[in-house]
Design a protein around this ligand. Structure first.
Ligand code: ADP
Ligand code: MG
Length: 700
């Protein structure tokens, strides 16, 4: 198996040369023969079928037709001329149009001779095809039929520099003639047989030069499967080897802290989902391996108490614990809540954020180092290198999607032995995505809300209904409830948004005047201390209305708040809307979410609003979100580039992903080291992939 030729730099391929090689590298990231082999078309033009003119319809795309040119004329128009040919078959006629090069085209066209034309048709008072591909039927019949024609991804620069699709095609032909003998099989026969996959050799040939639709589909399936299979193989291997190699602290005791709290101070009975998750976490932390677990639970499902109990386990075993949140408000709230819950117990808990003063920091650093501090709660500030623990046993990250992979890994290095890590997220990640994003994490799910919650009623209202909304707010406040009014804040037009927020605040203040009503306001341009003050008044029930930007989006917990009004709701993403809605419905009262918009709405906005009105199910919402936005946008995945797949599509190829994961698990279950003879192709390919980083770059 000579694979070296595939590692040849692209410059050496006949027809490429240094200039084109440079462009291929810069524009498409193609460095080697191998990269080019794996540069797949993103669509195909079907040249296997022929249409009659009367079969064309207004939605026809690229079509191939046989007929004759019966008439030619040059039409003068405002800018330059155009050449128009009447093209007919026995069923009707259409126009062929050229805007450029008409002189030589006109000279070369033959009247009343059969042609095969191919191109995109437009419809405007009849069908026309601008700049068709055309050749005489006699010539067309003599050569090998083009079949399905690949169209490769391209950039403007490439086209401008003359590297058109045709050129790429030619380069591919050259490449395949030099290298196709070196394409080796990468999957074991057992998998090929069971799934009836075509060989790698066949797949590569048919992805670039498909003989027909059926072979193309087989080639696509095979290559998608392979791509997803190797990703899963790597993720699962990583997970297994972490469990074997990375020693974790063993928390084998359930001690006084946990038991005292559990028996005497737990404010409610845990749901069975919470109990199950705590069991899973205990098992992990008692297992000699480092825990690396993702806890998923919809907003309000009660993740905080799980975090707290886990931290108590760490303390019982003589370790420190920390809890990191993405915003100051949230860190503060965790701190207040946890401090209150643990007040009957003799534990040291501190808060560290960007606005902690020097004195506090000094004390915290000291207490961390001498081991006095049991629990540290904070923001990104906790991750800074200068924050050192005596013995950090458990690190918890809340709202993981707000943090990058890098930040997660910072926690690993707080000790010589990495602490157990629990990351929590309320953004329900569709399982398929979780599998590919977090395949190296174990996953726990809280799939049950605490008892007594009523489903939140969600409605969509237009700005013109505002008076009714005000009446509704007044009634709810009359019943003793509290109200959120949220305005969008996006970076690009921060000033404008800020104005919207302030105008909104002013009109609410007019409608709900002091002293009968008290209003809080929180936005990103306020000082942390002022935000805390306003937030605190709302939490204590001193104010009835909270006017805010999305800073309150994550985690904030005020059970008495029963109405969430979202202004300009069309400007929010689905998962953000769902997060915001999750701020209400936390108490026993019926809660409401009102989505306010103007009348002009895009199709996507309409879908988002309808989805919100239809369902409270975070997972369903996440699936829709994924479909609307594509995975790249979700949860800052771009930064880790996790989903830069070559051919598979995480959303559309869901089923293939499941199959791939299943097979990867089966293989590794039987043969974790890939040592068996039948798996030798897997081992070889795996090493190749790891060695030539190219495929693994997209895995965090
Ligand atoms: P999230 O998962 O969104 O972080 P929280 O941990 O903030 O949710 O919990 C939401 C609310 O539900 C809190 O007021 C919390 O005290 C309450 N809660 C959590 N678990 C239970 C339970 N088992 N029974 C009753 N209330 C609970
Ligand atoms: Mg939370």
């Amino acid at each position: 198996m000579n694979t070296n030729i595939l590692q040849t730099p692209i410059d050496y391929l006949k027809g490429v040369g240094p200039n084109r090689a440079d462009l291929l590298r810069k524009e498409l990231g193609i460095h080697t023969y191998q990269d080019l082999v794996n540069f797949f078309p993103n669509r195909y033009l079907d040249r296997t079928s022929y249409y009659k003119i009367n079969q064309l319809n207004q939605s026809s795309a690229d079509v191939q037709v046989i007929g004759k040119i019966t008439h030619l004329k040059t039409v003068e128009q405002k800018r330059g001329k155009r050449l128009v040919a009447t093209f007919s078959d026995e069923t009707g006629s259409m126009e062929l149009v050229w805007f450029r090069g008409h002189k030589w085209i006109r000279e070369s066209l033959k009247i009343n001779q059969p042609y095969v034309i191919f191109g995109r048709v437009n419809w405007f008072n009849g069908f026309s095809m601008p700049h068709p591909d055309l050749e005489l039927l006699s010539e067309h019949e003599q050569r090998i039929k083009p079949g399905m024609q690949p169209v490769y991804p391209s950039t403007e620069k490439l086209v401008n520099k003359g590297i058109t699709n045709k050129v790429i095609n030619k380069i591919m032909i050259q490449l395949f003639s030099e290298t196709h003998r070196y394409f080796y099989e990468t999957l074991p026969d057992t998998i090929l047989d069971e799934l009836k996959l075509i060989s790698k050799h066949q797949a590569l040939i048919n992805i670039h030069f498909p003989k027909n639709n059926e072979l193309l589909a087989k080639a696509q399936y095979r290559l998608k499967f392979e791509e997803l299979f190797y990703i899963q193989l790597q993720l699962i291997t990583k997970n297994i080897s972490r469990k074997n190699k990375i020693k974790g602290f063993v928390f084998d005791q359930v001690g006084t802290c946990f038991n005292t709290f559990f028996s005497n101070h737990l404010p409610f009975d845990l749901t069975s989902a919470q109990k199950r998750v705590i069991r899973e976490i205990r098992q992990d932390m008692g297992s000699h391996a480092q825990m690396n677990r993702l806890l998923q639970g919809d907003v309000g499902s009660g993740k905080t108490i799980v975090a707290l109990l886990s931290m108590l386990l760490a303390i019982d075993n003589g370790f420190q614990a920390c809890l990191v949140a993405p915003t100051e408000i949230l860190a503060q709230q965790h701190f207040n809540g946890i401090q209150e819950l643990l007040s009957p117990m003799d534990l040291n808990i501190r808060l560290l954020t960007g606005s902690s003063n020097t004195q506090d920091r000094k004390e915290i650093h000291e207490m961390l180092q001498n081991g006095e501090l049991h629990i540290l709660i904070g923001t990104h500030a906790v991750l800074e290198d200068k924050v050192k623990f005596q013995n950090l046993g458990l690190a918890i990250i809340d709202e993981q999607h707000r943090f990058g992979v890098e930040q997660r890994s910072k926690l690993w290095h707080k000790n010589s032995i990495p602490p157990h890590i629990l990351v929590m997220t309320a953004t329900p990640i569709p399982r398929t995505l979780a599998m590919s994003l977090y395949g190296d994490l174990d996953i726990s799910v809280i799939d049950e809300l605490p008892p007594g919650r009523k489903a939140i009623k969600t409605v969509h209202r237009f700005d013109s209904n505002r008076l009714k909304i005000f009446r509704f707010i007044r009634d709810e406040i009359g019943k003793g409830r509290q109200i959120y009014v949220v305005y969008p804040l996006i970076q690009e037009s921060e000033k404008l948004d800020y104005k919207d927020l302030m105008d909104g605040y002013a009109s609410i203040e007019r409608e709900f005047p002091k002293p009968d009503y008290q209003i809080s306001i929180v936005h990103g341009q306020m000082k942390a201390a002022d935000k805390d003050y306003e937030m605190d008044r709302f939490v204590k029930g001193e104010t009835q209305i909270m006017v805010a930007t999305t800073v309150i989006e994550v985690g904030v917990n005020v059970p008495n708040a029963s109405v969430m009004i979202i202004e300009s709701a069309e400007r929010f993403g689905l998962s953000q809307l769902h997060q915001l809605r999750g701020r209400v419905g936390r108490g026993a009262e019926q809660s409401f979410c009102i989505l306010m918009t103007g009348h002009k709405l895009s199709e996507d906005s309409k879908t988002r609003l309808e989805t919100m009105v239809r369902t409270n199910d975070g997972f369903e919402i996440a699936e829709t979100d994924l479909k609307l936005r594509g995975p790249g946008d979700l949860m800052g995945t771009q930064q880790s580039g996790v989903l830069a797949l070559k051919i598979a599509d995480i959303v559309k190829d869901n089923e293939i992903l499941k199959t791939a994961r299943y097979y990867a698990m089966q293989v590794l279950k039987e043969d974790p080291g890939l040592k068996l003879e039948k798996n030798k192709r897997l081992l070889f390919t795996y090493h190749q992939l790891v060695k030539h980083k190219n495929i693994w770059n997209y895995i965090s």
